[in-house]
Structure formats: structure tokens, C-alpha cells
Design a protein around this ligand. Structure first.
Ligand SMILES: Nc1ncnc2c1ncn2[C@@H]1O[C@H](COP(=O)(O)OP(=O)(O)O)[C@@H](O)[C@H]1O
Ligand SMILES: [Mg+2]
Length: 436
């Protein structure tokens, strides 16, 4: 060690080096050093600035709330969702109103100086089978509203003190989706997926064994849903007393808890039958074909008590006043999903191949076959794209080898793996005819 003291290059004080912490920044060659107290000052200055930025961000969002509301009335939101989501009319309506009310409540809070408690939050519970459009609907909603949106798998969360992710992770995910902007985070949407997986095991749908873990997660989530300041550390940082934390107020975050809630229709049916037994509600068993129809009828009749039976604690249900239910998609719905939405798989492939000068056509029977296959896989619309992708892989590899205008027709046999899609030449005559 060449020095036993140095002059702080910022404040100029002479600093005696007695321990390592006396020289946090010190170049032994030049003698350039910054003392501990100057570093602390700089750190606090940056923190305050960041805080101001958050404050300014909050203010500007509040000023824009009127605009946001005027531009996004429920019927406008619904119309936008219609461009992407097939069926699910009721769910789209419920979600449009919930989102609108959520921002109206925030405006009321701003206009009346922090009395948001007078209007309940419209947190949503969303119930529907796999691949019926839950995540897609929310993601489109957040795009329209231009607010951050993050999905967190609720089943990955654990009670504080257990190995795994604490409930704060949901807010942290939103914080990153918001580009690490606290003000933006504070009015975003958190989607807790697989929410049914944290149902109490002692719910009617499960065995009687006690299940403190899941109940603990629900308790942890409850605080966030109620609106509290959540503290978390940056990603990759371990929680320890000195790690800098980020504080986010969840008061205005819209929470949406969703899941398939497999078997909930049985709970609903049981309740309805009990009530209507006296007037002879049928005990007839529906045919297998009617099962979907029956599910779709039952699911919309879900009530808070059914969710309680399923194993969600009453306090949480109380904080999720909006219940949004989605239907099972049948073959016809899947067929429409393939072609109708703005981002329909068929439209996407058409656009991709057009960039390579190739015209893509699907025969009607081919599309129906894709829908049939998806039904077999029992994952709703989720597998549609994958089924087409499998069929298209080889041609998508071959096509870019040439710039010639060409055409591909996907037939039913292609989908069923009985023949390869053929790349055909497209002559000038055809091209002009088609563009006319
Ligand atoms: N009703 C629907 N209309 C249009 N596309 C849908 C619909 N349901 C599902 N999809 C499509 O299927 C895929 C999976 O849907 P997703 O929303 O993730 O299902 P989940 O309900 O399990 O969250 C997405 O690519 C989505 O675009
Ligand atoms: Mg999903």
C-alpha cells in the first residue's frame, strides 16, 4: 500500500485509511479517490432523482387518464377485442367493462384526492378451459390500453419462507414489463395464471389433507390484491437487508387471476340441482356430444360460493368481484380462429410466404382437418399453429432457395401426413388474374 491517507477528489478532505471501507474508490497509481461520505451523497442524489421521475411519471399518467377513458369506452374495447378473439362474447364484454371501470376508479381517486376506497377495485377472476383465449384476450387488452402487462404462474409461487418465488415476483415481473419504470408499473395489469393450482387442497375438488402451503400463497396474494406497497429486489439479487429494494404501490394495479378450474362445472351443477330438485331438474345424463354445450351453459352460472368450494379462500374471492367465464371452443370456432382474427395463423403464413413471392392457399377441408386434430389434442386453439407449422416446415425451408413467383396449396392429405405440400410454378397469367 503506497498511501496511508488521500485527498477525496470530490470534497477535498484528507481521509486517513484505517480500514478497507475508507477507500471505496481509490486508484493507487494516481491517488484519485472518492470518500465514503461523498459516494453516499451521490447515491442519495440518484435515488431522489429516480424518485422524482416516478413522481413525474405518476403525474403524467394521471393527467392522461381522462384521455385514456374517452378513447377506451367499453364498446370500443370490445370492438378491438373482436378483431382478435373469436366467440367469448360475454367474457369480452365483462373484461371491457372491468377495464373501463378500473381506470374510472383511478380518475375518481385523482379528481377527489385519494378516495379510491369509495369505489371497489374491479380485479377479475377469469375461468375457462385451456387454450380458449384467456391470455390472448388480456394481452390484446393491455396493448390497446398501452399499459404494461405481465403473466406470472401462480403455481410457481410459494409462501414466504419456503423455497421458491415469493408473491412479490408477480409485481417484479410487471416492473420489468414496464421497462423498470415504477410509475408505469403502478397502473399495469398483472395476470396470475394457473390460479386454480393454488386452491386449497381441502376444497371440495381435492382430498381432505391440510395444505398450509397453498393457503399461505393465497394469504400472501391477498395483501397485494387489497393494495399495499410491495418491496422487491432487482432480478438475480438475493434478498438481504442491504440489497436496494424497489417499492411499488399495488393500489391501482389491475389483478386478473385465471385458470381452467378443471371440474368446477360439477360443483356448479351440484348446486343448481340442489336448488331445483323440487321442480324436477332432470337427472338425465347428457350425450357426449352435448357435454361441451352443457359445460358452456354451466360455466357462466358460476358463483363465488362455487369458487370457495373449489378451494379459494373467501377473502380472496371478496377481492375478485368480477367473474369472467370463457367457453370451450368447438370445431367451428377453431376453424374461424384459423382464418378470421387479424393475427389468424393462416393470415400470418400468407404474409410470411408472400415475402418470398409465394401465394399460399389452404383448402377448406385442410383447415377443417387442422381444427379436428386440435380438438383431439384437447388444448383448445393452442395447438392450431403447431399443427400447421409441422406441415409447413419443409416448404418453408425450400421456398427461399428461389425468387420465382410460386404457389402452394395445402390439402387435407397434407395435414393428415399423406402427402407433402407441393411448390408449384405460378405463371405471369395467373399472377395478373389474381391481382385483378
Ligand atoms: N377465442 C379465441 N379467438 C382467437 N384466438 C384464440 C382464441 N382462443 C385461443 N386463441 C389462440 O390460441 C392460442 C392460445 O390461447 P391462450 O389465450 O394462450 O389460451 P388460454 O386460455 O389457455 O390462456 C393463442 O395463440 C390465441 O391467439
Ligand atoms: Mg393462458
Amino acid at each position: 500500500m503506497a498511501f496511508d491517507s488521500y485527498h477525496c477528489s470530490v470534497c477535498g478532505r484528507r481521509i486517513k485509511i484505517q480500514s478497507r471501507t475508507d477507500m471505496p474508490v481509490l486508484d493507487p497509481n494516481t491517488g484519485f479517490g472518492i470518500c465514503k461520505s461523498c459516494i453516499k451523497n451521490i447515491y442519495h442524489f440518484i435515488e431522489d432523482e429516480e424518485g422524482n421521475k416516478t413522481y413525474r411519471g405518476r403525474k403524467s399518467f394521471k393527467n392522461n387518464l381522462g384521455d385514456l377513458l374517452a378513447k377506451n369506452k367499453p364498446h370500443i374495447i370490445k370492438k378491438y377485442l373482436d378483431e382478435f378473439i373469436i366467440m367469448q362474447e360475454r367474457a369480452k364484454k365483462i373484461l371491457s367493462v372491468a377495464a373501463y371501470n378500473h381506470y374510472k376508479r383511478m380518475k375518481y381517486d385523482v379528481d377527489n384526492h385519494g378516495v379510491a376506497d369509495e369505489i371497489d377495485k374491479s380485479n377479475v377472476i377469469i375461468i375457462g378451459p385451456t387454450g380458449c383465449g384467456k391470455t390472448a384476450m388480456l394481452s390484446h387488452l393491455s396493448k390497446l390500453l398501452d399499459i404494461p402487462f405481465a403473466v406470472t404462474d401462480a403455481s410457481s409461487l410459494t409462501e414466504a419462507g419456503f423455497v421458491g418465488a415469493d408473491v412479490e415476483v408477480a409485481v417484479r415481473n410487471l416492473y420489468y414489463a414496464a421497462g423498470m419504470d415504477v410509475a408505469k408499473t403502478e397502473h399495469g395489469i398483472i395476470y396470475l395464471d394457473e390460479f386454480d393450482k393454488i386452491a386449497r387442497k381441502s376444497g371440495a375438488n381435492n382430498s381432505i389433507t391440510a395444505d398450509p402451503g397453498h393457503e399461505g400463497v393465497q394469504q400472501g396474494l391477498l395483501k397485494m390484491l387489497e393494495g399495499s406497497v410491495v418491496e422487491f429486489t432487482e432480478r438475480g439479487q438475493r434478498k438481504h437487508p442491504e440489497a436496494p429494494t424497489i417499492k411499488v404501490d399495488t393500489k391501482n394495479i389491475l389483478f386478473i387471476c385465471g385458470g381452467a378450474f378443471v371440474g368446477i362445472e360439477k360443483i356448479i351443477e351440484k348446486r343448481i340441482k340442489k336448488g331445483e330438485a323440487a321442480i324436477g331438474f332432470g337427472s338425465e345424463v347428457p350425450s357426449k356430444e352435448d357435454a361441451n354445450k352443457k359445460f358452456n351453459e354451466l360455466i357462466h352460472q358460476v358463483r363465488p360460493e362455487d369458487l370457495m368450494k373449489y378451494g379459494i379462500i373467501p377473502e380472496i374471492i371478496g377481492r375478485l368481484p368480477v367473474i369472467c367465464t370463457l367457453e370451450t371452443l368447438d370445431e367451428d370456432a377453431l376453424l374461424r380462429i384459423l382464418t378470421e382474427p387479424k393475427n389468424a395463423p393462416v393470415k400470418q403464413y400468407e404474409k410470411l410466404l408472400a415475402m418470398d413471392n409465394v401465394k399460399l392457399e389452404f383448402e377448406e377441408a385442410a383447415l377443417r382437418s387442422v381444427a379436428k386434430k386440435a380438438i383431439e389434442r384437447k388444448t383448445g386453439a393452442r395447438s392450431l399453429k403447431g399443427i400447421i407449422e409441422d406441415v409447413m416446415l419443409d416448404v418453408m425451408f425450400e421456398i427461399p432457395k428461389s425468387d420465382e413467383p410460386r404457389k402452394i396449396v395445402i390439402t387435407e392429405a397434407c395435414i393428415n401426413g399423406e402427402e407433402q405440400p407441393k411448390i408449384l410454378p405460378l405463371d405471369e397469367v395467373n399472377l395478373t388474374k389474381e391481382s385483378a
